[in-house]
Design a protein around this ligand. Structure first.
Ligand SMILES: *[C@@H]1O[C@H](CO)[C@@H](O)[C@H](O)[C@H]1NC(C)=O
Length: 459
């Protein structure tokens, strides 16, 4: 009894507190910029809404595809989660990630371990969005009110396949067709009247964005010509370099990205966008690599990439485990970072050294990921010939971290030892890479932390 009362009163207080902050904010905000002001007004609207007795239905709800011939790997129906926002003409379509498999052996093993990535029978009825799918303005300042669609990844084909399951084929690989069918169904739910469709995805889903965004734009052009299609590829910018150590590709995690997609492409029946396909006839696997497909795309795509993506390091056979490997790994990492930076240089939007993402917290040169995305959208709208205006000050659409090794940006999340699961401090991490900061600092007669912060400031 008591606890119920307590919970009630504390939630009432937090609502009041929110209101207080929001009501007092506009005075200042007027002086600041209008963006901020608008965000505050949205916040106010949202907090009023959640404080009222009528709760918003914020969860996304599962819908299976009507076309049951478009399936997950195991033949179960594919589907999507939807949260409609009737008042908004903005739609967000999010492709989930989760690696891939590229042969009977690797797919059987995936089926034994992570069956939910290959079939829909255990999917929950609803899902709560986070990051760019969050319905909370505090967590998602620019997209919280959009129509949100999450497509779970159940095709293991980097969203590229077109093969149905048959009597003599154990698995279906229909990632590309799943997206097409979801878009078809959404057209009847208001997508046809949208202003913008942002196709976003992370990791394998981030590659899925690059591979599918032009297909989707083409599909909409014939059925809903007014919708602007844009992409957001998070952690999908993989390099096709030679791994640190070679592998026979018996398992997914140690197979180099090139070897994996070369095998996968045939197994999945991948369909690549036309221009990239023509540029690489017979070698379409090239189109899985961001720096090769990006210049062929017609749709604008925002790319967010960690220069040292832990998943990618694993594919190149770099492992963060207790035993330091010394100079070899360190040099490989440095050249990887260099290559990543140079392929990203002219094209990209947010690039940071953090090895994994947490949407709001990480800042690159003072700009958070949501903010950079917002500024990029603005710049696209302003690039219209009639409406050309200079980029807004304090609103960069492209930022690259100047920090020169993994993890030196203080807003980065923690790194963990792959084997022990223990958190690795910066000093341990450097040591693991064969770089003994403590010893170096001693030689200089200073505190290791001071040395680190000097180095990470680039001085
Ligand atoms: C269902 O999807 C398949 C594969 O994309 C397609 O060939 C077929 O025409 C679709 N059926 C209907 C009724 O739309």
């Amino acid at each position: 009894m008591w606890s119920r009362v307590l919970v009630k009163s504390s939630s009432a207080r937090s609502c009041l507190l929110l209101l207080f902050i929001h009501v007092s904010a506009p005075v200042e905000a007027l002086r600041a910029n209008t963006d901020n002001f608008l965000a505050q007004v949205k916040n106010l609207a949202q907090s009023l809404y959640t404080c009222s007795s009528q709760r918003v239905d914020q969860d996304m709800k599962l819908r299976f595809l009507k076309n049951v011939s478009v399936t997950c790997n195991d033949g179960s129906p594919a589907g999507y989660y939807l949260r409609e926002s009737k008042g908004s003409k903005r739609w967000l379509l999010f492709l989930e990630g989760g690696w891939y498999c590229f042969s009977k052996q690797t797919c059987d093993s995936r089926f034994r371990r992570t069956r939910t990535l290959m079939g829909s029978s255990k999917w929950p009825q609803t899902r709560r969005g986070t990051g760019i799918l969050s319905p909370q303005p505090e967590e998602n300042p620019y997209w919280w009110n959009a129509n949100m669609v999450l497509i779970p990844y159940c095709s293991s084909d980097v969203w590229s396949g077109t093969r149905p399951k048959t009597e003599n084929r154990d698995y279906a690989f229909m990632g590309s067709l799943i997206i097409k069918e979801v878009v078809n169904e959404l057209l009847m739910k208001g997508l046809d009247k949208a202003r913008v469709l942002l196709v976003a995805g992370r990791s394998a889903g981030g590659i899925g964005v690059l591979v599918n965004v032009d297909h989707i734009a083409q599909q909409l052009e014939t059925q809903a010509g007014g919708v602007k299609v844009r992409g957001l590829s998070d952690s999908g910018w993989v390099l096709d370099r030679t791994p640190y150590k070679p592998s026979d590709c018996q398992d997914v995690l140690s197979c180099s990205p090139v070897d994996a997609v070369k095998r996968g492409l045939r197994y999945w029946g991948t369909i690549m966008p036309e221009i990239c396909r023509q540029a690489h006839v017979g070698e379409e696997w090239n189109c899985f690599f961001g720096y090769k497909i990006y210049p062929t795309l017609k749709s604008p795509v925002f790319v967010a990439q960690w220069l040292f993506d832990l998943a990618q390091l694993m594919l190149f056979n770099i492992h963060l485990t207790g035993q330091p490997d010394g100079e070899g790994q360190w040099n490989y990492l440095q050249s990887l970072g260099h290559e990543m930076r140079s392929t990203l240089h002219h094209k990209l939007n947010v690039v940071s050294f953090c090895p994994c993402s947490s949407w709001m917290d990480i800042q690159v040169k003072g700009t958070s990921l949501p903010k950079a995305l917002h500024c990029w959208e603005r710049s696209l709208n302003h690039n219209h010939p009639i409406n050309k205006s200079p980029p807004k000050r304090g609103c960069p659409s492209r930022v690259i971290d100047s920090c020169s090794w993994p993890h030196c940006n203080p807003t980065c999340p923690k790194i963990y030892d792959e084997q022990t699961g223990q958190e690795m401090g910066m000093i341990q991490f450097m040591k693991h890479m064969g770089f003994d900061v403590t010893k170096m600092a001693q030689q200089q007669g200073m505190d290791p932390r001071t040395l680190l912060s000097m180095l990470s400031n680039g001085s």
